[in-house]
Design a protein around this ligand. Structure first.
Ligand code: UFG
Length: 360
């Protein structure tokens, strides 16, 4: 129990990473205030989105919720004046790589503009602690593997989504340079997958999934016929793409560790002032075919697949060097690929239509 009733504002808390992180925050006795515009979530029966109603069921704790976009600064001011916020975890962003190429301005307005609005209001209210939800996409095509945090960023980002994450990281660095009172931690996620072990919450793509694991899960549940494996001639052990898949509960716990560093913890209660990035990954890569095989084992279903062309913009392999997070945050990922598939399958089979109540 480390929260000591500190209050955390979670932007984008109704989403996949946000909702799992909130479970852990509440378990650790933090108070949670959420701002979310529900652009990627299903409404529940009451005032909360369905994902957060289920978080309340899991944790038996209350969440204070504001339905708002970060474009609405007046509502943000209301949130800060009605709650004594100690720190912010900032997830709210659009995240579809392909869509970002078609709607770059929408992505920059939401992801970059929304972040600037949030930071301005935080500054007005003298709240200067933030954990930013970044992505390994800022590294572009990796020059060396495993990827360390001092790998160049921004150079090989192939799409506006990736660049928006890079831009916000740069904005945060500049902010800290202008005022060293800020404590800023950027968490660079590798490939978050899986679901809460209860099977009550998980990833709920509103459209055809772009990502591998949700797609496999939909094939396993009979919603789609087969997985297209994008590329089988990469210079990887079996020719298919290699990624660092990380269980969503491990990823969520990385946020708690980052928050503890920011806010300070006995015997160093002063907290962190500065800008620092951490990779959140397992440090181990798995190929597409390995993931399919692990999912077959966990679900006891046979998963049809077909080998197809490479997907534009994909890199052959990407996996983290996660030693900085281990050494400085005391955090490591614990769950295996089998755990990720088993929990993903529990969520998918219990909720074939995600959070839509009618078929769950
Ligand atoms: N893949 C398939 N078939 C599919 C989907 C994916 O073979 O239907 C392959 C991809 O080619 C890749 C691997 O599975 O080799 C993983 O692909 P994902 O789309 O699941 O994940 P990415 O690594 O491409 O993307 C993730 C995040 C992005 C982020 C990126 C870089 O989803 O938001 O990592 O950090 F930008």
């Amino acid at each position: 129990m480390s929260g000591h009733r500190k209050t955390i504002l979670v932007t984008g808390g109704a989403g996949y990473v946000g909702s799992h992180t909130i479970v852990m925050l509440l378990t650790e006795r933090y108070k949670v205030v959420v701002v979310d515009n529900l652009s990627n979530s299903v409404k529940g029966n009451g005032s909360l989105p369905e994902s957060l109603e289920r978080v309340q069921t899991i944790t038996k704790c209350d969440i204070k919720f504001y339905e708002s976009s970060l474009e609405d600064k007046d509502t943000l001011r209301t949130v800060f004046s009605e709650n004594k916020i100690d720190a912010v975890i900032h997830f709210a962003a659009l995240k579809a790589v392909g869509e970002s190429c078609i709607l770059p301005l929408t992505y920059y307005r939401n992801n970059v503009g929304g972040s600037v609005n949030l930071l301005e209001v935080m500054k007005e209210f003298h709240v200067k602690k933030i954990v930013f939800s970044s992505s390994a996409t800022v590294y572009g095509d990796p020059q060396d593997l495993p990827i360390k945090e001092d790998h160049p960023t921004g150079q090989g980002c192939t799409n506006p989504y990736g660049r928006s994450k890079f831009f916000v990281e740069e904005i945060l660095k500049d902010l800290w340079k202008s005022d060293e009172d800020w404590g800023i931690i950027s968490l660079r996620y590798f490939n978050p997958v899986g679901a809460h072990h209860s099977g009550l919450i998980g990833e709920d793509p509103l459209d055809i999934p772009n990502n591998l694991m949700p797609y496999i899960a939909q094939v396993a549940v009979g919603k789609r016929e087969y997985v297209s494996v994008y590329g089988s001639d990469y210079s990887t052990p079996d020719g298919t793409g290699v990624r660092d898949y990380i269980h969503i509960e491990d990823l969520a716990s990385g946020h708690i560790s980052a928050l503890e560093k920011l806010l300070g913890k006995e015997p160093t209660p002063k907290g962190f002032h500065g800008w620092r990035a951490y990779n959140l990954g397992t440090g181990k890569g798995h190929s597409v075919l390995e993931v399919i095989a692990a999912f077959e084992k966990a679900s006891k279903k046979s998963i049809k697949y077909t080998l197809t062309e490479r997907r534009t913009g994909d890199v052959p392999a990407s996996y983290a060097d996660a030693t900085r997070a281990r050494d400085e945050l005391g955090w490591t990922a614990k769950k295996t690929l089998f755990d990720m598939c088993a929990d993903m399958w529990r969520w998918q089979s219990k909720n074939p239509s995600g959070f839509h109540r009618e078929s769950s």
